[in-house]
Design a protein around this ligand. Structure first.
Ligand SMILES: Cc1cc2nc3c(=O)[nH]c(=O)nc-3n(C[C@H](O)[C@H](O)[C@H](O)COP(=O)(O)OP(=O)(O)OC[C@H]3O[C@@H](n4cnc5c(N)ncnc54)[C@H](O)[C@@H]3O)c2cc1C
Length: 387
């Protein structure tokens, strides 16, 4: 094997406990005020709340690891971890700012022009700006480097033509980070020739068409570009060299607590419906689920710690996403099985059934978004020198 797998044994430091208490108090206040419900009733679109995002921004909990110069708080990745975890478990409506906070902001910070950084990052921190990710295309999903949406050079900028698909939140987004073809691939390097751009979604020549989820929610879209103009200083990093930039972005995207907590409400409702005296089979099954999520959490915290230390734990992040998404995907099925002998009409049964039915419809996408299971396993195998 070329590479060793390393999960540094990181524990959250004491300042994280203080922050956790603050975040919980804030969330309780918001839930008591009726801003959102920890159950899934609001669904995906209900999770988009400009008011809530602004309040989170005022607390300094968006872009919290970024430099103060750009509106950040210069806090640690582990503190950010705590905020993400608490918001996810509470099912808080973070959709407006979440992608910008997790990955678009860090990419801009690293590769953006000064004008773009100064103009956009402080607004992200205030919870005012929604970002979408424009990578996938009709004939280029797993194989990102086959992307064919083209950016052609003209005076002062670029003209973009082509179609992106499965673009989450594009119908809400102020900006999108697009991966466009600026040159053909070379013989030596088929990944060459792609460039990342910050796309202002108000640009003329961009049409957003809805695609509906199995739950009936409008979550993602098709985005069509027809001669859409991008100014030169909206290029991120090196022209034709986006493939070099993609790996660290994906480590941020793949390892967070949102990669195993998306159906966590099912576990909460399972505990409620099983009550104080579950039978041995249910207690064993529940214990196993809790032990598994605990192990996943230790791995995910470890990746956050390694990112904080400036490492690029790409393989470890892929493992967290692979194991984590399979866990959250199987949870509704396991929960249904464990609750099978709970009496009809028992307390909490109706709520359990309702959230579990919703989670069952949500579950299939979990192992596709952000890289499929098969692709992650390819990355892990390559990282370990096995292929
Ligand atoms: C809920 C959701 C939200 C999404 N949001 C976004 C978004 O915001 N922005 C964005 O750009 N994309 C988004 N996507 C798209 C997602 O990243 C792609 O769907 C994913 O990368 C798979 O690409 P594909 O759908 O083209 O499938 P394909 O790449 O065609 O794959 C089809 C099947 O073949 C397998 N396969 C493909 N290649 C290989 C290989 N080399 N080895 C082994 N098996 C392989 C895959 O694992 C899969 O099972 C989202 C997807 C979902 C489900």
């Amino acid at each position: 094997m070329d590479t060793e797998l390393t999960f540094d044994p990181i524990r959250l430091p004491p300042e994280c406990d203080r922050l956790r208490a603050e975040v919980r108090a804030f969330l309780k206040e918001e839930m008591d005020a009726g801003t959102f419900s920890p159950n899934v009733g609001g669904g995906i679109d209900g999770a988009f709340s400009p008011d809530f995002s602004r309040k989170v921004g005022q607390r300094g909990w968006i872009g919290m690891t970024w430099p103060r110069k750009y509106g950040g708080q210069e806090r640690s990745f582990l503190e950010r971890y705590v905020v993400t975890e608490e918001f996810r478990v509470a099912n808080a409506p973070v959709r407006l700012h979440f992608v910008a906070d997790r990955q678009s902001g860090p990419v801009i910070l690293k590769y953006g022009s000064e004008r773009v950084k100064a103009g956009i990052l402080p607004r992200i921190c205030r919870g005012e700006v929604c970002f979408a990710i424009g990578m996938s295309e009709p004939n280029s999903g797993s194989d990102l480097f086959a992307a064919s949406t083209r950016a052609s050079r003209i005076d002062g900028g670029w003209l973009v033509n082509g179609t992106k698909v499965w673009t989450s939140s594009a119908h809400h987004a102020d900006y999108l980070i697009g991966l466009f073809r600026t040159s053909p691939p070379t013989k030596e390097n088929r990944r060459h020739g792609l460039t990342q751009f910050v796309v202002d979604m108000k640009t003329s020549g961009i049409a957003v068409n809805p695609i509906y989820q199995m739950t009936g929610q409008h979550d993602f879209n098709e985005v069509v570009f027809q001669d859409a103009f991008m100014p030169d200083d909206h290029v991120l990093g090196e022209v034709d060299g986006a493939w070099k930039q993609a790996t660290s972005e994906l480590a941020y995207e793949r390892s967070g607590p949102e990669r195993f907590l998306e159906t966590y409400y099912v576990l909460t409702e399972l505990v409620r419906v099983l009550g104080d005296k579950p039978d041995t089979r249910a207690a064993e099954g529940l214990g196993r689920l809790v032990a598994q999520v605990h192990a996943l959490r230790r791995m995910s915290v470890s990746v956050a710690g390694m990112l904080h230390a400036g490492k690029e734990p790409v393989v470890e992040a892929a493992i967290v996403k692979d194991v984590g998404t399979l866990w959250e995907q199987r949870l509704p099925h396991k929960a249904r099985d464990l609750a099978a002998f709970v009496e009809e009409g028992a307390a909490n049964r109706a709520t359990f059934e309702e959230v579990n039915a919703y989670a069952t419809l949500v579950a299939p996408k979990l192992t596709i978004q952000g890289g499929t299971t098969e692709i992650l396993r390819g990355i892990i195998a390559r990282g370990l020198g096995l292929r």
